[in-house]
Ligand binder design. Structure first.
Ligand code: SF4
Length: 165
């Protein structure tokens, strides 16, 4: 019997106890969603807002996603924060490929999502041309709260098993 945070400890049957039953998949996804290790792929101004989000003021550690890693081997969510030019796209893809499964991608801001206001031949017009994006965070730049909301939405999708692959 496992007691999750916020659940009452179970008692013996017949004592008015509350029983919690689940599947192994649910528990694994619950653990994954609550222990995300972000890899920031910051290339421009959006990365500054990412830095704010991991500061003590916003305190992303409340949701278990404060262990920022700069090694793809130790990360499971890539946060692309900034403009991606054509020369950089293969590098970004290579780093993504080096992350172990299961792994997720958050596109942070207008530039990563659609090229932003850089309607130029050398700018990737949306990182979904290169990576499988799971969460889009709008804004130029998104606020730290907005990015945090995106991480919470990613956590929910993982827990619901929508991103099992
Ligand atoms: S979306 Fe705006 S804030 Fe973010 S990298 Fe592009 S120009 Fe900078």
């Amino acid at each position: 019997m496992i007691t999750l945070p916020g659940e009452r400890k179970s008692q013996e049957p017949g004592e008015g106890s509350t029983w919690f039953t689940s599947t192994l998949d649910y528990l694994v996804n619950w653990a994954r969603g609550n222990s995300l290790w972000p890899l920031p792929f910051g290339t421009a101004c959006c990365a500054i807002e990412f830095m704010s989000m991991v500061s003590s003021h916003y305190d992303i550690s409340r949701f278990g996603a404060e262990v920022v890693r700069f090694s793809p081997r130790q990360s499971d969510v890539m946060i692309v924060a900034g403009t991606i030019v054509d020369k950089m796209a293969p590098v970004m893809k290579k780093i993504y490929d080096q992350m172990p499964d299961p792994k997720y991608v958050i596109s942070m801001g207008a530039c990563a999502t659609s090229g932003g206001f850089y309607r130029a031949y050398h700018v990737v017009q949306g990182i979904d041309e290169v990576l499988p994006v799971d969460i889009w965070v709008p804004g130029c730049p998104p606020t730290p709260d907005g990015l945090m909301y995106g991480i919470l939405k990613l956590k929910e999708k993982i827990e619901r098993g929508e991103l099992d692959r």
